[in-house]
Write a protein that binds this ligand. Sequence first.
Ligand code: ZN
Length: 414
Amino acid sequence: MDGSPGSLTSLRSRNRLLVLDAVRRHGRISRVGIARATGLSRTTVSGLVAGLLAEGVLTESAETSVPPAARGGRPATPLTLNPEGGGLLGVHLRHTDIRVLLADLSGGVLGERHHRVDVDHRPDEALDFIAGTALDLVATAGRDAGRIFGMGVAVSAPVQSRSHTLSLPSMLSGWTDADFATRLGERIGLPVHVGNDADLGALAEWTFGAGRGVDDLIYIMVSDGVGAGLILDGRPYQGSTGAAGELGHIAVVDGGYVCRCGNRGCLETAVGAQALTAAFSRTRGPDTTIADLVALLAADDPGARRVVTDAGHLIGRALAGICAMLEPRMVIIGGEVAAVGRPLLDGVRDVLTHRLPPALSQGITVSGGHLGDRAEVLGAIVLATHRTSAHLLAPRFERTTRDSGPSGQAPQIM
Ligand SMILES: [Zn+2]
């Protein structure tokens, strides 16, 4: 089909994406609401919605809780994504473990698996696990494999914004195959879309989490790796090549540990999960976990409080200049380490308060994420939904291993 920019097909794909995005972001929304949110005419929205209903992607809610039009018109029927309409797979590849999740079209989780593996150095084992688990999750959930529309993969490395491949030299040191998505896609028979994990965590918190409705935010993922994702002026921002937000690799400790990026004293080496738990190796042995740290904080252990507050201060120092430049309304702290809660947030907030003019710092809310360490894998689902949406509704959906459409064809959120 003719999907070239400017063609009728591409315009229709673009408009369908706008409608689907409006439904996804609002959860429940009427046709009038969609027209208002997208700027499309009511006639265009009605036509697109009729098609989406017929194809089972949207469903009409039985309730009519959306207020009727001001002058006593018929109550508007809210539309939602149809959970039964199909599914998507999400993967989060961290440095030390993998999470694979199957979700329905409304983002409801149908199944999830987790596997600890040295992802950096054992890419083949990681890909075997993803491929086997993906097929198994679909079968276990009793879903029709033909209605699984794609897979999103969140990786702990920068991703080229044009080619959607890993940037090289990669920070996943054993991953010499930058375009592993094509190989994985061929194995599972689905389109595979790759994004940076912090970028996708930001996308998920913005879509369904702490940042819903906030159009200028910085999401900080603090796990073994540390990174940031940006939503600016209502759009994800990835920089000129896709490497924006590599906050974890700002040097903050003079003469600190050598980092996987080749520098020394990076934020990640000082506040990542490994760094925080290693701080207890003398007093509590080498096997301390983030869960142990959470328990110590609950018991008001002064050492734990100190370590976590210091980490918050270091994150705040790395962040203050960025906040001065961008003036976000919200800073969201997510990732595995965010489970430690308030002392980390307080540490970040204290530094922003001290280092920024009051008029600026008072306008910035520092919040924990609402999605926990699932944010990145849910963001991978949103990415896959968006990249496949243009094709999802086409009656003769062609499976490709990567979305290769021209960038002007549809509004690219990532
Ligand atoms: Zn580094």
